[in-house]
Ligand binder design. Structure first.
Ligand code: SAM
Ligand code: GLN
Length: 283
């Protein structure tokens, strides 16, 4: 069979299984297996692959029809300007999360701190902290997570990227943290109990529950973060939080309940036009 036929058949199998990005996934998985770029298939669609490679590819496609995310199979996910190692101990970084990075950079430009102190709570793969480490030379960055396995993954990603050194700390929210920060960012778990049950199987069955689940309502982490962050922000320091598409009113209300602590509360949308980041500045 030629590459063209192999991709065609795999795409059909994935489509039948209800996988939305069937063709792309088939190409990405074949490129991963053959250790080449997807572009090679466009250039040489009539090339053939060995029986052994074909059998291995069939197994990957089989796993994908069961909903397993492509990123966990390849162990890589593109984020910002780099690729991160990912594994089932970490949430696969989402393109939407790049919006919190953009918003953090906008705040940093506006405040023009010379060597900003930045804290990323619940760093997972390290996505947000590493993007900021790439973009803000001289920043002093701390990243935390409650999961030891996630922190190890983030540390590996940091070592591979050769950016500003990041201090990694393990613990519950602010518990391992000392001192004050000009900017605190977090993409906390924000899925409530009912919503968790209705997540797509590819997310629910494969991504870590502790990266997604936030109590009954999905707001648990916002209540704690907004209340506690005040004690860890410098004067005029900013708290930036990623939110779920339907959480704008509720999370704004939590900031507003602490109006003695925060001013200039504002919401930024993602590129799908959905509310995605909410920020406030310490009074
Ligand atoms: N920042 C990464 C990103 O944007 O791709 C991961 C975000 S994921 C939604 C939330 C992360 O918070 C997970 O890595 C999880 O292990 C971590 N986490 C959950 N509960 C925590 C807690 N109480 N304290 C610190 N981190 C926590
Ligand atoms: N964006 C993720 C999802 O929709 C949720 C991430 C989070 O809980 N912070 O699955």
């Amino acid at each position: 069979m030629t590459i063209r036929q192999i991709i065609f058949e795999a795409t059909q199998k994935l489509e039948k299984a209800g996988i939305p990005s069937a063709r792309l996934d088939a190409e990405v998985l074949l490129a991963f297996l053959l250790r080449c770029e997807r572009l090679a298939f466009i250039k040489n669609p009539d090339d053939k692959i060995s029986e052994k490679q074909l059998a291995a590819f069939d197994r990957l496609i089989e796993r994908r029809t069961g909903g397993e995310p492509v990123a966990y199979m390849t162990g890589r996910k593109a984020f910002w300007s780099f690729a991160l190692e990912v594994n089932p101990a970490v949430l696969i970084p989402r393109p939407d999360t790049e919006v919190i990075v953009e918003e953090a950079l906008a705040v940093l430009r506006q405040e023009s701190w010379r060597r900003p102190r930045i804290l990323d709570i619940g760093t997972g793969s390290g996505a947000i902290a590493l993007a900021l480490a790439c973009e803000v030379p001289g920043a002093s960055i701390t990243a935390t997570d409650i999961s030891e396995a996630a922190l190890q993954t983030a540390q590996k990603n940091a070592a591979a990227l050769n950016v500003e050194p990041i201090v990694f700390l393990k613990g519950d929210l602010f518990e391992p943290v000392e001192g004050r920060f000009d900017l605190i960012v977090s993409n906390p778990p924000y899925i409530g109990a009912d919503e968790y049950q209705s997540l797509p199987p590819g997310v629910k069955n494969f991504e870590p529950e502790e990266a997604l689940r936030a109590g009954q309502t999905g707001l648990e982490f916002y209540e704690k973060l907004i209340y506690q962050a005040h004690g860890y922000l410098t004067e005029n320091g900013w708290l930036l939080l990623e939110i779920g598409a339907r959480q704008k009113q509720e999370v704004r209300a939590i900031y507003e309940a602490h109006q003695d602590f925060y001013e200039r509360i504002d919401v930024r949308e993602d590129y799908a036009g959905l509310p995605r980041v909410i920020k406030g500045r310490r009074r």
